[in-house]
Design a protein around this ligand. Structure first.
Ligand code: ADP
Ligand code: MG
Length: 371
């Protein structure tokens, strides 16, 4: 079903209230949209960074088996012209209920269903002939008889809900794998460890008319499973250029396959033999493209808004080399103030009420203007 574009002046509802939502809301407001943020308050009644920017706020619990959120659903359907997510783990039952009641939800439940499961993502990659990591499905509470050594050393990852390295266990032996699986106590995947040379990501956007736009590819460095730094351009290692094109081709294939309406980031590994391997994807703006706010013709957040509203897409292509450094709980307090003295640095603090080790508190994009 195609719909007319959702034009500026209309209202966009965001499910989720983190920093990705906050920066998406800033782009939405710049383009003249009104916003609703729907996300349940935490147990202390605190809200996240997006909520304070919203035109309307909704803090009711999400729809689930025990809670009837029909009043909140009614309100969103009445007030919002389009509904989107800044976080792929919104309950699928809520997304499906919104769709069943005729709401325009972008990206759709079809996209979120794949993105909520590492295993479904890897299966999809297999169907599309996109090389990926060697991965096995390990359901909760049962380990079938199998020669697991072919996946070792590896990483046991929870199939859903993982982010910033959470829900991951490095395992070297079958005994270690079994112990980690017992500890996880949920459906998991076991992924063979890749001998990483470097990591890449790419952002693809598609709108309801089928227009597709793919970004430049960026290079990412992680520490303890958390993104630390992103740079563009990607360091030239001789064979890199063909890998970048491959990554873009894979991204466009996935966007078409899923009938994406929105933006989607794909993460890739490049191993020491030069193979490009799909890691995972996220159907939303992504930490590795925060540099697009200052360094690209169109930021990923504006692209998200354009894509979900059915406007012509922009170009997440970089006009200026940059590096993006995350400010992570534990050391961010010392690291942000000096940035104010650097003429080429752009500071973003998310305004989170509490800093915890490993929590993303802000980022700095440093433009290489004098190259
Ligand atoms: P998250 O959802 O937490 O981002 P990822 O699967 O992307 O989970 O893992 C986070 C990081 O951990 C990756 O970017 C990479 O640096 C490292 N990692 C994850 N899986 C592997 C693997 N199979 N081999 C080598 N490194 C990995
Ligand atoms: Mg990742």
């Amino acid at each position: 079903m195609t719909h007319a574009p959702v034009l500026p002046g209309a209202t966009i509802c965001f499910l989720g209230d983190g920093q990705l939502g906050k920066m998406s809301l800033m782009a939405a407001h710049q383009l003249g949209y009104k916003t609703i943020v729907w996300y349940p308050s935490d147990k202390n009644g605190n809200n996240g960074p997006a909520m304070e920017m919203a035109t309307h706020r909704l803090t009711a619990p999400f729809y689930d088996a025990t809670f009837d959120s029909s009043a909140a659903i009614d309100e969103v359907i009445r007030k919002a012209d389009v509904i989107t997510t800044e976080w792929e783990n919104v309950p699928l039952s809520l997304i499906r209920e919104l769709e069943r009641r005729g709401a325009i939800v972008r990206p759709s439940s079809r996209v979120l269903e794949v993105a909520q499961s590492r295993f479904r993502e890897k299966m999809m990659a297999g169907e599309l002939d996109i090389p990926t990591t060697k991965t096995a499905w390990v359901p909760a509470n049962t380990i079938v008889n199998h020669d697991w050594t072919e996946y070792l050393p590896g990483i046991l990852k929870t199939d859903g809900q993982g982010y910033d390295g959470k829900g991951q266990y490095r395992v070297n032996t079958v005994e270690g794998f079994i112990a980690a699986h017992q500890k996880a106590a949920v459906d998991c995947v076991l992924e063979k460890l890749v001998d990483l040379a470097f990591e890449l990501s790419v952002l693809v956007a598609r709108n309801a008319s089928g227009e597709i736009s793919v970004s430049d590819v960026v290079e990412n460095a992680h520490i303890n499973g958390i993104l630390d730094r992103t740079v563009w351009p990607v360091k030239d290692r001789g064979f890199t250029r063909s890998k970048l094109q491959e990554a873009c081709d894979h991204a466009m294939k996935v966007a078409e396959h899923l009938g994406l309406e929105g933006v989607l980031c794909l993460e890739f590994f490049v191993d020491i033999e030069g193979n490009l391997l799909f890691n995972e994807m996220a159907p939303r703006p992504h930490n590795s493209f925060h540099g697009s706010i200052e360094a690209a013709h169109t930021s990923q957040f504006e692209q998200h808004i354009r894509a979900v509203c059915g406007l012509p897409l922009g170009h997440v292509k970089f006009h200026t080399p940059f590096q993006m450094q995350n400010l992570i709980g534990g050391n961010w307090e010392e690291n942000w103030a000096p940035v104010l003295h650097d003429i080429n640095a752009r500071l973003h603090l998310y305004g989170k009420s509490e800093s915890r080790p490993g929590r993303k508190m802000g980022h700095v994009t440093t433009l290489e203007l004098n190259r």
